[in-house]
Design a protein around this ligand. Structure first.
Ligand SMILES: [Zn+2]
Length: 311
C-alpha cells in the first residue's frame, strides 16, 4: 500500500469558512466558474482537517503551525502538516506534507442567487451590508461540495535525506549521489495509527468551528476510497456533478475500470438523497462489482486494510 486516495461529496453551507471576521462578514466568499459556484480553498480544508485531528489527539499534536517543532518522529502535526522552519545558520528545514487536499468545490451553479447579488445594492445608506445581500451569500454557499485527498502512505512518519558518498581527495574529489536514505522511519504500528487517524479525521471533518458559529461540516456523504500500490493523483476527478446534481457516470465508470485494471481496491460509501441520479449510480457500481456501504463502514474497511497492510 503506497497511497490512499479519497474523493467525496458533502452537503454544506460554507458561508463563513472563507470570511475573516466571523459570521457578520460574508464578503470573502470565493467563487469560481465565472462566479456561478462557491468554493473553499484547499488551505481552509487542510486547516479544518488538522483542527479536527488536533482536537481528537491533543497529546500527539505537539506544536502550532506557526511555530513548528520539526520533530517528525514524535509530533503528528509536523509529520502530517509538513513545515518550513528556519534553521540556525544557513538554509532551513522543510517537509512536504504527505497529505494532498484539493479545495472544496461547490458543484451546483447558483445562477439565480448570483443574479440577485448583481442587481442588489451591497450596502445600505448607513454603510452596513444589506440584509438581503447576506441572505444571498448564504444561499450561494449552500451547495454540494466535492473534495479530494491523497494520503502518501509511504512517506508518513518518514524523512529521507540524499545519500551522498565522497570519493577521492583533492582535485579528484567527487560526490556521488547514491539515492535517498531514511533518517527517520517510525515503526509500522505507529505509521498505521497515523494513517487511521487521518481517515478518521476526514470521516469527522468538521474543524471549521472556530470560524463559523453555526456547525459546518465537510464530512463525506458519498465517498470513493481507493487503496493503491502506486502513489499518484489520477483518480481525483471522480464524482463530478453536472449542473442538475447528477454524478458524471461515464467518467466514474472509466475511472473504476482503470482502477480495476491497475489492481487498485475501490471502496464506496453512500448516503441516499445527495445526488439526483442515485439509482443509475448504484446500478453502475453493481455492474462494476463494487459493494456499496454506509459511509462509516467504508472508512472502517479502509482502516482494516491499513491494519493488515505490510506497508
Ligand atoms: Zn511539531
Amino acid at each position: 500500500m503506497k497511497a490512499i486516495s479519497l474523493v467525496w461529496l458533502a452537503r454544506a453551507d460554507l458561508s463563513n469558512i472563507n470570511s475573516g471576521q466571523g459570521s457578520g462578514n460574508l464578503t470573502e466568499l470565493k467563487t469560481y466558474s465565472h462566479g456561478r459556484k462557491p468554493y473553499a480553498s484547499g488551505q481552509s480544508v487542510r486547516r479544518a482537517l488538522f483542527d479536527t485531528l488536533a482536537r481528537t489527539y491533543p497529546d500527539k499534536f505537539k506544536c502550532l503551525a506557526e511555530k513548528p517543532c520539526g520533530d517528525v518522529e514524535n509530533c503528528w502535526a509536523c509529520d502530517l502538516r509538513g513545515f518550513l522552519a528556519p534553521k540556525a545558520g544557513e538554509g532551513g528545514d522543510r517537509r512536504w506534507s504527505p497529505l494532498k487536499i484539493t479545495p472544496a468545490l461547490g458543484q451546483i451553479p447558483s445562477e439565480i442567487v448570483t443574479d440577485m447579488l448583481t442587481r442588489m445594492s451591497v450596502f445600505d445608506k448607513e454603510g452596513r451590508e444589506s440584509k438581503d445581500n447576506r441572505i444571498a451569500h448564504v444561499q450561494l454557499a449552500e451547495n454540494i461540495y466535492r473534495v479530494a485527498a491523497v494520503i502518501d502512505v509511504e512517506n508518513i512518519g518518514r524523512v529521507l535525506e540524499p545519500d551522498i558518498e565522497t570519493k577521492g581527495t583533492g582535485k579528484q574529489k567527487e560526490e556521488i549521489f547514491n539515492g535517498w536514505k531514511p533518517v527517520i522511519e517510525v515503526d509500522k504500528n505507529e505509521k498505521r495509527k497515523r494513517i487511521q487517524a487521518v481517515l478518521d479525521g476526514i470521516y469527522n471533518l468538521s474543524g471549521f468551528a472556530k470560524q463559523a458559529r453555526s456547525a459546518t461540516s465537510l464530512a463525506p456523504e458519498i465517498v470513493l476510497i481507493t487503496i493503491q500500490d502506486v502513489y499518484n493523483q489520477r483518480g481525483l476527478k471522480a464524482l463530478e456533478l453536472d449542473d442538475s446534481g447528477q454524478i458524471d457516470l461515464r467518467a466514474l465508470g472509466w475511472i473504476l475500470d482503470e482502477h480495476q485494471a491497475l489492481g487498485y481496491k475501490d471502496i464506496f460509501g453512500f448516503t441516499p438523497g445527495v445526488v439526483n441520479n442515485e439509482n443509475e449510480l448504484l446500478a453502475l457500481l453493481k455492474d462494476k462489482g463494487i459493494e456499496v456501504l454506509p459511509v462509516h463502514n467504508a472508512f472502517q474497511q479502509a482502516k482494516n486494510l491499513v491494519a493488515e497492510a505490510a506497508l
